[in-house]
Design a protein around this ligand. Structure first.
Ligand code: SF4
Ligand code: SF4
Length: 96
């Protein structure tokens, strides 16, 4: 694993100065939170993930606001992905 050095303070990290970096990750759907079916991709084994479009982002991402359009029904994985966590910081370092 590559560790990058950053001067970014934890308090500087907020979704409003990001570009939805975590919303282009693969998101498994492992429980029913009411994700609308048009945003679900089902593979040949029946596994469900959030559908991603050609731009790489989740289809439920509002491209204008870069906010989740199904926030109340977002998958468990998205609920657990914490702003400011090491995973969040890493995605920002790679994609911003
Ligand atoms: S959780 Fe982190 S990576 Fe995801 S949009 Fe917010 S700041 Fe960006
Ligand atoms: S469901 Fe919402 S929070 Fe989760 S990846 Fe898609 S747009 Fe982002």
């Amino acid at each position: 694993m590559t560790i990058k050095v950053t001067n970014l303070l934890a308090s500087d990290i907020t979704c409003s100065n990001c570009k939805a970096c975590c919303c282009s990750l693969e998101v498994m759907i492992i429980s029913d939170t009411g994700v609308p079916s048009q945003h679900i991709y089902v593979d040949e084994h029946g596994s469900e993930t959030m559908l991603r479009l050609d731009d790489g982002w989740c289809s439920a991402l509002d491209r204008n606001t870069l906010m989740c359009s199904i926030y109340e029904n977002r998958p468990w994985v998205c609920r657990e992905f914490e702003m400011g966590s090491p995973e969040c910081i890493n995605e920002r370092l790679i994609k911003l």
